[in-house]
Design a protein around this ligand. Sequence first.
Ligand code: SAH
Length: 212
Amino acid sequence: MYEEARRNLVAKLRSKGVSDERVLQAVGKVERHRFVPEALRMHAYVDRALPISQGQTISQPYTVAFMTEKLRVEPGDKILEIGTGSAYQAAILHAMGAKVYTVERNHDLYERALRRFDELDIRAHIRCGDGTLGWSEFAPFDGVIVTAGAPKIPKSLLRQLAVGGRIVCPVGDRETQSLAVVVKLGEEEYDAEEVPAFKFVPLIGREGWSVK
Ligand code: SAH
């Protein structure tokens, strides 16, 4: 279902500058309509963020593609995602051959994601809890992707990144963020780039924002 809509979405992302063929292939393959509420399925392949539940959103396809491209995922990489939400981003990483570890703080979303992984036969590791603290048990990670806006990059996440690994994390105030892309060059040495103008729901937690 929706194959043509997916092809059009891939063409749209390409026209917006996404060029990593493996990212585009994953977007062409993952059925985004399975990750949005039933009533919004017909909008699943429009390049827009959509509400899921619990006041959260499934990120815009362009944002997912852009962030994933910045992460430079290689097959077999161990990737930590913070903010599972609909689990679409996790499914994209999985489709690219990554070993996915994802953390969601909202219990209801966590349970839905767990069911969705099961239904779609996606073997990803998922935990319910405060992702600002990472998932130390499985560290180090080759890449970390934060899909909610943080006041700054949580130190725990930098610590759990392998040397040579990258983290992409939206940072800014509660309203607008830029996307920080950081490469860990050595235990205490980082190279950072910032891409302006993104809009994410807040990252809430010990090393994130307070609830309100
Ligand atoms: N990656 C998601 C986008 C979800 S929006 C997708 O593909 O659909 C961001 C998610 O981050 C929300 O579900 C929110 O509940 C979650 N979140 C916010 N703070 C968090 C934290 N500290 N740890 C884990 N998840 C968090």
